[in-house]
Design a protein. Structure first.
Length: 211
């Protein structure tokens, strides 16, 4: 997984609340177990007309935002089902950070395990960022995970919070398994203490630690 340290890129405003996973990637495209190829279906209900042509009014179809790497939305982003295809589609399109006042916990966890950063900011700060990128099409924001800030070109910065374990895993490019393996010595110490406290289990297994 690619480490996330600092992301500088175009931010696209999507002023909608309660964006659910089915809107992010419709269920009919979520049957795959492949993490690539879903970007073309991202927000397909909004990006495309009934005849399959692009909707020029949708923000990601506008030239200034087509290469967006950051998405700014309203509250309760990622609600609905628990499907992991939602962050897969965002990543495949090129978006690696979503900024919103709130996220559903399952979507948030799915972001972390795929190397995406969900940034929760107060609604007033999200509104300020939304206004800035809407008034300045193509403007780049800088999301710095090291300093835990979002910065815009006019000099304003917006600090955000993130759990230390989540931050460390993203900085190192580790998924949940990789993060667990960094604690191998502690795990092995726990296992040895476990069997030492329960010698009868070792005897039942013929002197070997049960699998």
């Amino acid at each position: 997984m690619e480490p996330f340290t600092t992301l500088a890129g175009v931010a696209a405003p999507l002023p909608l609340s309660n964006i659910d996973t089915d809107l992010i990637v419709p269920a009919q495209h979520a049957g795959t177990v492949e993490r690539t190829g879903l970007g073309r279906y991202l927000f397909s209900g909004l990006r495309y007309r009934e005849d399959g042509s692009e909707n020029p009014d949708f923000v990601l179809n506008k030239p200034a935002y087509h290469a967006a790497r950051i998405l700014i939305a309203d509250d309760n982003f990622g609600c609905g089902s628990s499907r992991e295809h939602a962050p897969w589609a965002l990543l495949d399109f090129g978006i690696r950070c979503v900024i919103a006042p709130s996220f559903t916990e399952i979507f948030r966890a799915n972001c972390y395990r795929n190397g995406m950063l969900p940034v929760a900011l107060p609604a007033s700060e999200v509104d300020a960022l939304m206004h800035f990128v809407a008034e300045t099409p193509g403007a780049a924001l800088t999301v710095d995970l090291v300093s835990r800030t979002v910065a815009i070109p006019d000099g304003r910065t917006f600090p955000f919070r993130i759990e230390p374990d989540r931050r460390d895993a993203l900085l190192l490019g580790l998924d949940e398994v990789g993060a667990s393996l960094t604690r191998t010595p502690a795990i092995e110490r726990f296992e040895r203490a476990h069997w030492d406290r329960r010698p009868w289990l070792r005897r039942r297994s013929g002197g070997k630690d049960p699998a």
